[in-house]
Design a protein around this ligand. Structure first.
Ligand SMILES: NC(=O)c1ccc[n+]([C@@H]2O[C@H](COP(=O)([O-])OP(=O)(O)OC[C@H]3O[C@@H](n4cnc5c(N)ncnc54)[C@H](O)[C@@H]3O)[C@@H](O)[C@H]2O)c1
Length: 320
């Protein structure tokens, strides 16, 4: 199967005003997409994330992708070829509104698959998540690791993945999954209770509050810089087969304690770090296998963690 190239194509990024989606939009424009459309309900996403892209001709629709008519309208009006689905509600929103978090993860993809089945567009790249694996049953986790989600967010991600694979096998759609591990970098939400550990820690230090570690801080994650993720996603795009899934990870195992220490060092923070109770449903370990990714795209030089943290700190300072 020969897949259409990004160059000169018309692309829709669902959830494209968010963290990863907005970097993807910038990258698609830089790679020579003919037209980039974005649909985002701005639940977490921000118009400012698209400032550069909108100046370069990208078009933003503020609308809900859970509404199939809204999606269908844009896809048909602009004769879209390729869709990237980055829409989601944050993992932490699972604690507040579990059913809505689950439903967003499933419904948006269900709508896209239905439209693709009706041949409204050609290719679908769906962003899965390492959260779908749950706690590691073996390490490093390859793409064959069972899906044992621990949160409604993760259950929604795992359900969506299975739905996509079932549509590919029944209807022969050109749809595939990329499964990133934890991302960090500029434009990650740093406000309120939905923020992730890196932006939250940076923000607290900037506001002269003590940063926090939940539990012993020994829980580990692979952290990958957001621009590396979108770069890898576009390298995979021409070569991944329909129905296939590939991890996007750097095999860089970092404990939360280490992450907080790096931020403390970069920001030259001298105060205390608070120990908070362990959070239920926090997975203890998340080390992804990079083997399949390396077989596909070769060795990849990721951004060093300290450099990525420095860029993230500078961005949050600018935005605060
Ligand atoms: N950030 C990470 O560490 C990470 C890790 C693994 C996988 N992922 C996956 O990557 C994708 C992008 O994640 P992100 O970190 O950029 O999240 P994000 O929350 O920053 O972006 C998601 C975007 O979707 C939008 N959205 C939510 N509901 C919507 C709806 N009903 N209609 C239209 N837009 C809607 C939000 O406003 C937001 O802009 C998601 O699929 C996520 O599961 C993220």
């Amino acid at each position: 199967m020969k897949r259409q190239s990004i160059v000169n194509s018309k692309v829709l990024v669902v959830g494209g005003a968010g963290f990863i989606g907005s970097h993807l939009v910038d990258k698609l424009i830089a790679e020579g997409a003919n037209q980039v459309l974005i649909i985002d309900n701005l639940f977490i996403g921000k118009r400012e994330n698209l400032n550069q892209a909108l100046k370069k001709g990208a078009i933003l629709y503020v609308d809900d992708a859970e509404n199939q008519e809204a999606l269908g309208y844009i896809l048909e009006k602009y004769d879209i070829d390729i869709v990237f689905n980055c829409a989601t509600k944050p993992l932490n929103y699972s604690f507040i509104n579990p059913s809505n978090t689950y439903m967003t993860n499933v419904l948006v993809l269900k709508n896209l698959l239905e439209l693709q089945r009706k041949k409204v567009f050609d290719t679908l790249c769906h962003f899965s998540s390492s959260e779908a694996y749950g706690s590691a049953q073996y390490q490093p986790m390859d793409e064959e690791h069972p899906l044992v989600p621990h949160t409604p967010y993760a259950a929604g991600k795992a359900s969506a993945d299975l739905l996509l694979q079932s549509y590919v096998s029944m209807f022969e759609l050109d749809a595939f999954l990329i499964r990133p591990f934890n991302n960090y970098g500029p434009r990650q939400n740093f406000e309120g209770s939905l923020a992730g550990v890196i932006p939250l820690t940076i923000k607290k230090i900037l506001e002269k509050q003590a940063p926090e570690i939940h539990g012993a801080g020994k829980q580990t994650r692979d952290f990958i810089y957001v621009e590396d993720t979108v770069d890898i996603a576009l390298k995979i795009f021409p070569i991944i087969s329909p129905g296939e899934c590939v991890n996007i990870t750097t095999d860089q195992q970092l404990s939360i304690e280490n992450v907080v220490k790096t931020i403390v060092n970069v920001m030259n923070y001298k105060g205390e770090v608070l120990k908070m109770p362990y959070r239920k449903a926090d997975v203890l370990s998340h080390r992804g296998s990079v083997k399949k990714l390396q077989n596909m795209i070769g060795q990849y030089d990721k951004k060093p963690f300290k450099d990525g943290i420095t860029e993230t700190v500078n961005w949050i300072k600018d935005m605060s």
